[in-house]
Design a binder for this molecule. Structure first.
Ligand code: ZN
Ligand code: ZN
Ligand code: ZN
Ligand code: ZN
Ligand code: ZN
Ligand code: ZN
Ligand code: ZN
Ligand code: ZN
Length: 275
């Protein structure tokens, strides 16, 4: 076909002249109808390049706005989905379980304390719901009990002394602590009894002298102190009796002479002076 304006030779059904840009009025309708057909036609490209009118530009703007709105819409939609997932999905790494009501974790990953919103602690390798780091007994990894309020250990691993929250039930430096913590356990190495108030020893292992809180029942060198502390034990080696008042020796090993406090001779009741 020929352009009616400039006479340029055009392919059949051209909408516009490739040379002068004039619209081919009688073909436009046909072309529109023909558009869905699979015939390959170069017109649309030409149309954009050569059409000086404003109309297509407005259309372009409209479609740009449409695209932008579409993008914004999908961003909002995706954001919304992410947000919904965020507020409903367990916070635990790579867990998509539903949060428990009022919590941040799913029932598998939430602290099993009903009033706690923390995640359970290191249970991922055991795969059982347990207490969080605050509520789990800290004694050892095998204890899954709840720690006492304000403390770090469960009932079994806490000193039974009233008000004491220290660890009990442990082994340290080769010795065993059972019901009481280190501070409240008798100093004597194989004893697990409670310390006598103000003393380092239990009631059995504290000096028998009234008001004396020193340790008894221990060895120094080759000497053994049994019932009394060093201060209150007779100076005679192998004797574990209480010192006689005013003397360094016990009643048996103090000279029987009145007001004499010397040590008796062996096989005698008197000292060297009074023998
Ligand atoms: Zn979870
Ligand atoms: Zn907790
Ligand atoms: Zn425990
Ligand atoms: Zn204690
Ligand atoms: Zn003791
Ligand atoms: Zn004593
Ligand atoms: Zn003695
Ligand atoms: Zn004497």
């Amino acid at each position: 076909m020929l352009c009616q304006q400039c006479g340029f030779q055009l392919p059949e059904n051209s909408k516009f002249c490739h040379k002068c840009g004039s619209a081919m009025a009688n073909n436009a309708q046909q072309a529109e109808q023909a558009q869905p057909l699979p015939q390959p036609q170069p017109q649309p490209q030409q149309q954009i390049q050569q059409q000086p009118e404003n109309a297509p530009v407005v259309g372009e703007n409209k479609s740009k706005i449409g695209i932008i709105l579409g993008i914004v819409g999908s961003v909002i939609a995706v954001g919304g989905i992410i947000f919904v997932l965020f507020i409903t999905t367990c916070r635990y790494d790579s867990c998509f379980g539903r949060k428990i009501i009022g919590g941040y974790y799913c029932s598998k990953h939430a602290c099993i304390d009903p009033d706690c919103t923390n995640g359970g602690y290191s249970h991922w390798y055991k795969d059982v719901p347990i207490y969080c780091g605050i509520h789990l007994c800290f004694a050892d990894e095998n204890c899954l009990e709840r720690s006492l309020d304000g403390g770090s250990f469960c009932l079994d691993h806490t000193c039974i002394e009233l008000g004491c929250l220290e660890r009990s039930n442990l082994e340290l430096n080769g010795r065993r602590y059972k019901n009481y913590c280190i501070t409240h356990t008798c100093r004597k190495s194989d004893c697990t009894q409670r310390r006598f108030d103000g003393s380092g020893s239990c009631e059995i292992h504290v000096c028998k002298e009234p008001d004396c809180l020193s340790d008894s029942s221990y060895e120094i060198g080759d000497r053994y102190y049994e019932n009394y502390c060093i201060t209150h034990t007779c100076h005679k080696t192998d004797c574990t009796q209480r010192k006689f008042d005013g003397s360094l020796w016990c009643e048996k090993h103090t000279c029987k002479e009145f007001d004499c406090f010397y040590e008796t001779l062996s096989n005698s009741e008197y000292c060297l002076l009074h023998n």
